[in-house]
Design a protein around this ligand. Structure first.
Ligand SMILES: [Zn+2]
Ligand SMILES: [Zn+2]
Length: 231
């Protein structure tokens, strides 16, 4: 049984109880409307996430995480061993509500960060998100974002600085209009859509030119990630 905990805007310090309203059909790729709360997911382990376009952190980001992992262990007196006992991944970049998330399963815990958090970091954002998820790891999923969690999180020296950056990041995310970039490798044309197209699509001009206007897999459009940084 896996559990998945989000850090959304507001930081989930509202003390509401753990939500049980979501069910197992919620896929990893959806942002839950309950993103301020701990969301118990059943049977949601790495096997379910396989093939879901999950991306491990780039080397520079992983190096940064390892660095602040050790800093936090020192600052909080935590003996959590090595950062390699966690898996580090990105959240889908079109997420506009969730900033970070921890998935607790029987295997290695997975901590995921919004990819834009690394660009929007002014010193405490990524560190505070990591700190938040590590607090979840230490306290376990049952305390949710309740008072026990809140007290434990906010005694960290960097907490108020982090909350400010997290609130700024939440406002920035809320302004983003996810744009999916559909790219034709044949002619190099790109098309922007604000939703993921259903079914397969091919480049119209290439199909007209090379396939008598019929759908042709050779000119299928490649769906790139969302373009987040349109400020
Ligand atoms: Zn949380
Ligand atoms: Zn084309």
């Amino acid at each position: 049984m896996g559990r998945l905990i989000d850090h959304g805007e507001g930081g989930g310090i509202d003390g509401r109880p753990v939500s049980t309203r979501l069910n197992a059909s919620d896929s990893f790729d959806n942002e839950s409307e309950q993103n301020l709360l701990c969301v118990p997911f059943r049977g949601f382990g790495s096997s379910q996430r396989r093939g879901m376009n999950v991306m491990s952190l780039r080397t520079e980001h992983r190096t940064h995480i390892h660095h602040i992992f050790y800093e936090l262990c020192k600052e909080r007196g935590w003996a959590l061993g090595l950062p390699t006992s966690f898996d580090w991944e990105y959240l889908p970049d079109h997420f506009t509500k969730v900033q970070a998330r921890i998935i607790l399963t029987d295997g290695k815990p997975v901590i995921l960060f919004h990819p834009a958090a690394f660009n929007k970091d002014n010193g405490k954002l990524v560190k505070g998100l990591l700190h938040h998820e590590m607090c979840h790891f230490i306290l376990g999923p049952d305390v949710g974002h309740g008072p026990v969690f809140h007290d434990y999180e906010q005694i960290w020296d960097g907490y108020y600085h982090f909350k400010q950056e997290s609130a700024d990041f939440a406002r920035w995310l809320a302004r983003q209009n996810p744009q999916f970039n559909l790219h034709c490798y044949s002619c190099g044309h790109s098309f922007m859509r604000d939703t993921v197209p259903k079914g397969r699509m091919a480049c119209r001009s290439c199909c007209n030119k090379h396939a008598n206007g019929q759908y042709d897999d050779n000119y299928a459009l490649h769906i790139g990630g969302a373009v987040m940084d349109n400020t």
